[in-house]
Design a protein around this ligand. Structure first.
Ligand code: UDP
Ligand code: MG
Length: 314
């Protein structure tokens, strides 16, 4: 049996040697063949040189190097496309996904009851409280409005059977939100909690703003609920306008019509204008996704690799 580990790496020159060592250590005690597939996602540092050095002395090390930074989602996709193992794991290069969990994950899959073992953080220590708050609300929201089943605190770190990876690869959408894709394809998943680990070296590529946009992307990719907001607002406003109309007519009949109400008219105009722009904006977001999707651009472009049969443009 063979196990593939897919490792997206973007500016990870400090973490890579540590990761390589830790992963090697784990596989030394396991009776399985393995491959480490590193995806150099257009790093600007020595990541590629390090990968070349590692692959020159160890045939387990394979690498794909992108022509520019395509993002972690594309890197994961490329890794899945090229993984040849019976089980495939996805791991961060910064050791936040502890390789020591792998033997346990492999055992769970070997028992045959599950198709994948996914990990989730049992706590959010070391994270700014405001970020945790938004993250919690995001998970509640997306589970309510979409059919992608997403676990709070789920990490990308998971081990899957080949069939599941094939299903993921078959989802060729350009706007990839992996947490949603993993949940959408189904299969039986065992959730393994573990305590959050800090990065060994380097720093995170996620700012709060980037995370926020990522969350919005997830919602737009997996739910049509925002689109119906416009219709609901429309219905609500129509009802309100009926009430106001009756009020105005009755007042006119009883008190006559002294000219007044400029301020309230302006308020209503601005309010309705704002709502209309808001709803247009939501529709615009979906159109933007459709626009990108219909171009059928490649997910990634490989500039070099040490693997055979590489799909250079996919
Ligand atoms: N990564 C990538 N491309 C990017 C950003 C990140 O391949 O554009 C990789 C990065 O090298 C790491 C993993 O994705 O292996 C997770 O990134 P990071 O540790 O910055 O995210 P965090 O763990 O803070 O969520
Ligand atoms: Mg990390």
């Amino acid at each position: 049996m063979k196990i593939s580990i897919v490792v997206p790496s973007y500016n990870e020159e400090e973490s890579l040697p540590l990761f390589y060592q830790a992963a090697g250590e784990v596989f030394k005690s396991l009776p399985y063949d393995y491959e480490l597939i590193f995806i150099n996602d257009g790093s600007g540092d020595r990541t590629l040189e390090i990968l070349k050095e590692l692959s020159a002395k160890d045939p387990h090390v394979k690498y794909l190097s992108f022509s520019r930074n395509f993002g972690k989602e594309s890197a994961m996709y490329a890794g899945f496309c090229h993984a040849t193992g019976d089980y495939v794991a996805i791991m961060d290069a910064d050791l936040q996904d502890p390789p020591e969990l792998l033997p346990e994950m492999i055992n769970i899959l070997n028992e045959g009851k599950y198709d994948s073992v996914a990990t989730r953080r049992s706590d959010r220590t070391g994270e700014p409280p405001i970020r945790s708050w938004f993250a919690k609300k995001f998970y509640i929201l997306i589970n309510r409005i979409s059919d992608a089943d997403i676990m709070d605190g789920a990490r990308d770190y998971r081990l899957m059977k080949k069939e599941m990876v094939d299903a993921i690869v078959s989802m060729g959408e350009y706007n990839r939100f992996s947490k949603g894709i993993f949940g959408w394809i189904g299969f039986k998943t065992y959730w393994l909690p573990y305590e959050n680990v800090e990065r060994v070296a380097g720093k995170t590529k996620w700012s709060f703003w980037k995370l926020f946009k990522y969350a919005l992307d997830g919602i737009i990719s997996f739910s049509q609920a925002p689109l119906s907001i416009a219709s609901w607002f429309g219905i609500a406003m129509t009802l309100v306008s009926f009430v106001m109309l009756s009020f105005i007519i009755i007042r006119k009949l009883i008190f006559g019509d002294p000219v007044a109400g400029w301020a309230s008219t302006m308020c209503v105009i601005i309010f309705i204008g704002g709502l209309q722009l808001f709803c247009l904006g939501i529709i615009g977001q979906y159109i933007a996704k459709i626009y990108i999707e219909t171009k059928h651009r490649p997910h990634y472009i490989v500039s070099e690799s040490n693997m055979d049969d590489v799909k250079k443009i996919q």
